[in-house]
Write a new protein. Structure first.
Length: 423
């Protein structure tokens, strides 16, 4: 039996809420508490949900602790024993630089009896600027701005970032030696590679400076010559997983896009709507990924294949945007504008794409709703959808058409959430 969906936007919002609940830090932390140490417990962390992770850890931990985490401006929550700092995202600032120095100081001078708990989630790369010796914050800002505009996937961006840093690529864990480091990670990267989340401040991986240099060339990144020169040098190499200073450390993924999509699918099925998960690791240009999703939705709507109607099509991962215009928006809003163009004129299709941290790009929306009438509403308002897309101005498109989705900061981050309902 299937039930009619009377309010598509409410239905889709409910699926988003289910996905967020599945990434709730409190139960995830309780299920992954490390063994208490003989010595001190020090908490460090970074990311858009780091403050919520810290508060959950405080509430669950039976013993003394201290520490510091950094999150995006406006994303902080009060903690009793962990200091919560705020800094800029997605472009680093001086507050982030000070936060990086504070985290490094926090873990230095510990002993083998001490425990460092690293609470890491998406957004930490920008929140932890720490340029190499001899470089300034402006150099790391230039690197981040070039990466953000390049259209490179998150894995490529983080490979480059960790080879121009004193804290990323496992270096925070090196600084904590000989203390044991337990990393509790909320994954926002396709494939859930813990070394890629927040550029892996406590997790080493096998990427090299040669890999970083190849990516700089492949994506045509225009970087200061001195920055590229450093990445060519031996000090740019990150510690490898077999580094003896990392022995005894552990890494746990406590929440991910996969788990959240499963929860959204279950929520849909409980309401009598079949749910199909395409992938939790969709990457590439947002507008190109939208074309594929639109083609699938059209096939379902017009021919009832490959899925029977009604159904909801789900996907996650992290798309990218190569910035060529001067508009407002983010990858989920841009995905939705391109999707709306692909389903233009089709009744019975409604969709939501949103960032699970609650903020998509430059404005205060997490993403947007669209349907088969979105493009007609835009044109009726005198706006050209193609021109808006070309200017990377998806926010304006949905501000005009009434599709902005603004849930506010969620306290977690497992990347993009996309749901397409075909009635």
């Amino acid at each position: 039996m299937t039930a009619p969906v009377k309010d598509p936007r409410s239905f889709l919002s409910g699926l988003f809420d289910a996905a967020i609940a599945a990434a709730d830090p409190a139960p995830a932390i309780r299920a992954n508490l490390p063994e208490r140490p003989k010595g001190r417990t020090v908490v460090v962390g970074a990311g858009k949900g780091a403050a919520q992770l810290a508060r959950a850890f405080e509430q669950a931990w039976d013993g003394p602790l201290s520490g510091v985490v950094v999150t995006r401006y406006g994303f902080g929550v009060s903690c009793e024993r962990v200091d919560v700092l705020e800094a800029s995202h997605p472009v680093p600032d001086a507050a982030g630089l000070a936060a990086s120095e504070r985290l490094l100081r926090e873990v230095r001078g510990l002993t083998g009896d001490d425990l460092v708990v690293a609470l890491i989630c998406g957004g930490g790369s920008a929140l932890l600027p720490a340029p190499p010796e001899g470089f300034a914050l402006d150099d790391e800002i230039a690197l981040n701005e070039a990466l953000l505009a390049s259209g490179a996937p998150i894995s490529a961006m983080n490979t480059v970032r960790k080879h121009f840093s004193r804290i990323k690529g496992g270096r925070l864990a090196i600084a904590a030696h000989p203390a044991r480091v337990v990393s509790l990670i909320v994954s926002d990267v396709p494939g859930d590679d813990p070394a890629q989340v927040a550029s892996g401040p406590t997790v080493a991986d096998r990427t090299t400076r040669a890999d970083a240099l190849a990516l700089i060339e492949n994506y045509g990144l225009q970087l200061p010559a001195a920055v590229v020169g450093h990445i060519r040098s031996r000090p740019a190499e990150c510690p490898l997983p077999d580094d003896p200073h990392l022995a005894g450390n552990s890494v746990r993924i406590i929440a991910s896009a996969s788990l959240s999509l499963d929860a959204a699918a279950l929520k849909a099925r409980e309401q009598g709507v079949a749910a199909h998960i395409l992938s939790d690791a969709v990457e590439g240009e947002a507008r190109e990924a939208a074309k594929v999703h639109a083609a699938i939705a059209r096939e379902v709507a017009l021919r009832g294949r490959p899925f029977a109607r009604p159904c909801v099509i789900l996907s996650g991962g992290e798309t990218t945007v190569t910035v060529r215009g001067n508009g407002k928006g983010g990858r989920n809003s841009e995905f939705q504008l391109a999707l709306a163009m692909g389903i233009d004129g089709l009744e019975g299709i409604d969709a939501l794409a949103a960032d699970t941290d609650g903020i998509d790009g430059s404005e205060d929306n997490a993403g947007a709703f669209c349907d088969g009438g979105t493009i007609a509403r835009l044109r009726a308002a005198g706006r050209d959808p193609q021109a808006l897309l070309a200017d990377n101005d998806a926010w304006s498109a949905f501000e005009v058409s009434g599709g902005l989705f603004v849930p506010g900061p969620t306290g977690t981050n497992v990347n993009d959430f996309r749901a397409i309902l075909v009635k």
